[in-house]
Design a protein around this ligand. Sequence first.
Ligand SMILES: NC(=O)c1ccc[n+]([C@@H]2O[C@H](COP(=O)([O-])OP(=O)(O)OC[C@H]3O[C@@H](n4cnc5c(N)ncnc54)[C@H](O)[C@@H]3O)[C@@H](O)[C@H]2O)c1
Length: 483
Amino acid sequence: MSTNTVKKIACIGAGYVGGPSMAVIALQCPNIEVVVLDINEERIKAWNSDKLPIYEPGLEEVVFAARGRNLFFSTDTTKHLGEADVIFVSVNTPTKMSGIGAGRAADLTYWEGAARMIAAVSKSSKIVVEKSTVPVKTAEAIAKVLTRNCVDPNVKFEILSNPEFLAEGTAISDLTKPDRVLIGGQETPTGRAALEKLKWVYAHWVPDNRILMTNLWSAELAKLTANAMLAQRISSVNAISALCEATGADVSQVSYAIGMDSRIGPKFLQASVGFGGSCFQKDILNLCYVCESVGLKEVSDYWYTVVAMNDYQKQRFVERVISGMFNTVAGKRIAIFGFAFKKDTGDTRETPAIDVCRGLLADGAKCAVYDPQVAPIQMFRDLSAPKYAWDRPHGWTKSENHIMESVQAVSDPYSCAAGSHAICVLTEWDEFKGLDYAKMYDSMVKPAFVFDGRNILDHDALRKIGFVVYALGKPLDPFLVRG
Ligand SMILES: NC(=O)c1ccc[n+]([C@@H]2O[C@H](COP(=O)([O-])OP(=O)(O)OC[C@H]3O[C@@H](n4cnc5c(N)ncnc54)[C@H](O)[C@@H]3O)[C@@H](O)[C@H]2O)c1
C-alpha cells in the first residue's frame, strides 16, 4: 500500500466551498471517508436532506451518489476531527467590520476558532489544509495556534495551503475538471511528505500536470492575486462601458475586438452592473491590506481602484435609472429581475442588486424583486444588513420596517413587471431572455423602461414593442440622452 494513503478527511465548514469540494473528493475517492462539519446545525440538516442548502448545477447528483457511502455531513466535530488524518478548513473569512483594518483586513475569527477546535481534539498528527482564502502568512499564525493549544506534544501539525478556484454556478465542473489544483507547503521533509499526500488525493481524477506544488506563501498569494486579476478585468471593461456611453461606441463590440487578441482572451470581458459574490471585493481589500501592512501603499492604492470602479459602476447604473425616469423614482414601482450575484446560484453575497436596490430605495422607489433562486427572506436580510455583516452566521438581527414596506418579493416575472414603470435586469439568468416582454409591456406604466444591467436581452425587439431601453455601455436611446 502507498505511504501516501489517506483514510479519512474531515472538512470544517459546510458552505459553498466545503460542501461541493468535499462531495467531489468523496465521489472520486470512494476509499476515503469524507466528513463535512459545521457549527450551523440547520446547514448540516439540509445537507442530509433532499433539499441541499445551496443551489449549484450538478451538485445534487454528486451528493446523492456519495452521501451515506463515504460522504457524511455532521456536527460532531470532536469525533471526526479526532479521527481524520487530513483536515480541510473551509470556514468564512469575511472582511473585518471593526477594529484595526476594519473594512479591509480579513476577519480570521472563524479560522482561529477552527484551529483551536482541531488542537483541542487531536490525539494523532494531522495535515491541516487551508481551503479558505486567507491573507499571506496565515499558515504561520495557524501553526502557532495549533501547536500551542494541543496538549499532546507528540501530535504534529503540517499546514498546507490548497486554495479553491471554483466559481459558483459552475462549481461541479470546475472541481471535476479544474484548470489547476494548487498546493503549497513547507519546504521541509515533513512539508514535502504532506504535499505528496494531498497530491495523492487529487491524483485520483486530476492529471499530474495540473497539480501545482509551491511554497506556502506563493499558494496563499496566488489565490488573492487570481481574484484580484479577474475582478480587474471586469472593472476595466466596466470603466470602458462608461466611455462607450459617452462616445457612442458599443462595449460589446469593443470587448469582442480586444478579446480576439490572444494575449488578452475573451473571458471576463462582459460589461455589467458590477461584480459581486463573496470573494472578489473581500479578497482585493484583503490584498490591499496586506500590501499596506508591508509598506507598499502604491501597490495597495493600485488594487483598491478595482473595488472603487465597481462601486462607481453600480452607482452609475442607479443614476441612469433615476435620470432616465425624469429624475425621480419616488413612489414608482421598479421591477428588479435577478437578485443573485450571478446566474445559476442562489448566492447573494455582495450582489450588485443590493447596492442598486438600496440606491433606488433611497430615492423613494418601490422595488418588486423576482429571482428564481433567492428566497424572499434572504432579499430582506441583504437589504437591511449593515455592510460586511452578511458573511457572519449570526451577524443579522431583523429586517428594518421601511425596507419591508418598500420591497416586495414576487414569485414570477410577469406579476413583478405588472404595474411597474421599469424593469432592471441585474442577474443574467437565461430564463429572462425567453420571457414575453410584449405581455409585460401591456401591464406596465408608460413610458415603460428596461434597464439591462447585463446586456442579455434583445434590445431592438424591446424597442419595437415600445420600451425605452438602456443597455449598459451601448449607444443611448435618444430618450435617455440628457439635454
Ligand atoms: N464561495 C466561493 O465561490 C469561494 C470560492 C473560492 C474560495 N472561497 C473561500 O472559501 C472560504 C469559505 O467560503 P464559502 O463561500 O464556502 O463560505 P460559507 O459562509 O458558505 O461557509 C463557511 C461555513 O463555515 C462554517 N463555520 C464557521 N466557523 C466554523 C467553525 N469554527 N466550525 C465549524 N464550522 C464553521 C459556517 O457556519 C459556514 O457554514 C472563504 O474563505 C472564501 O473566501 C469561496
